[in-house]
Design a protein around this ligand. Sequence first.
Ligand code: KIV
Length: 274
Amino acid sequence: MSTAAQNRQLTPADIRARKGGPPIVCLTAYTTPVAKLADPACDLVLVGDSVGMVLHGLPSTLGVTMEMMILHGQAVARGLRRALMVVDMPFGSYEESPEQALRNAARLMRETGAAAVKLEGGGAMAETIRFLTRRSIPVLAHVGLTPQAIHTLGGYKVQGRGADRARVLADARAVAEAGAFGAVLEKVPAALADEITGEIDIPTIGIGASAGCDGQILVVDDMLGLFAEFRPKFVKRYAHLAEDAERAIATYAAEVRARTFPAQEHIFADEAGV
Ligand code: KIV
């Protein structure tokens, strides 16, 4: 099913059915205007917990709360008509027990209208993924580099090299067997991403992985060149909006100081209609 051809909102089952089919196009979004821009071209829009770093200036995703995810989820929902919306479960909202995960996933879905949640972790989260999916909560898994685990992983490093390869492969197998409808593979070697994609029966969504994945995702502010502080190797900049914005703001400031803004066309006369 191509995005252009469908006129209803995609479901987790639609994404699951795209295994081995045309690549699944995914982006993050955190606001209504960006969701509206992404919707016509994307199959899946993720309200990622990257929102904490990208929009709120946090040093990592660890400080993101349920309330932040709900507020941004509600904003994104207002901008989507066709793409599936998935909301990230923030750090600390699901790791304690499957019951805690169910409570918070249900709250995210109820209060945002999302049809699915994403959570980070492989084998250690398999029981929770099984518990949620058996209780009508579609789960997008996330393995490889899992940014909420930055302090145990020791930084934002490539995962699954050398002796670590078997761990990442086992994580991908575990989340697929547990019932996830798809799995994000973040920052893993391309050959490993290809092997996982060939082996598991759910779509893989790559970020810093391989063009052979069943789909790709990027943080929208990164690919638009809006988030200038951070430029990982796996991000391709399709626009340079930070530079454009800097130029525009500098020009505005200069015109205000020179009293050339507002000009005649921006001000109002005494008579109505002029
Ligand atoms: O939070 C996020 O934006 C993500 C994507 C990078 C996959 O998890």
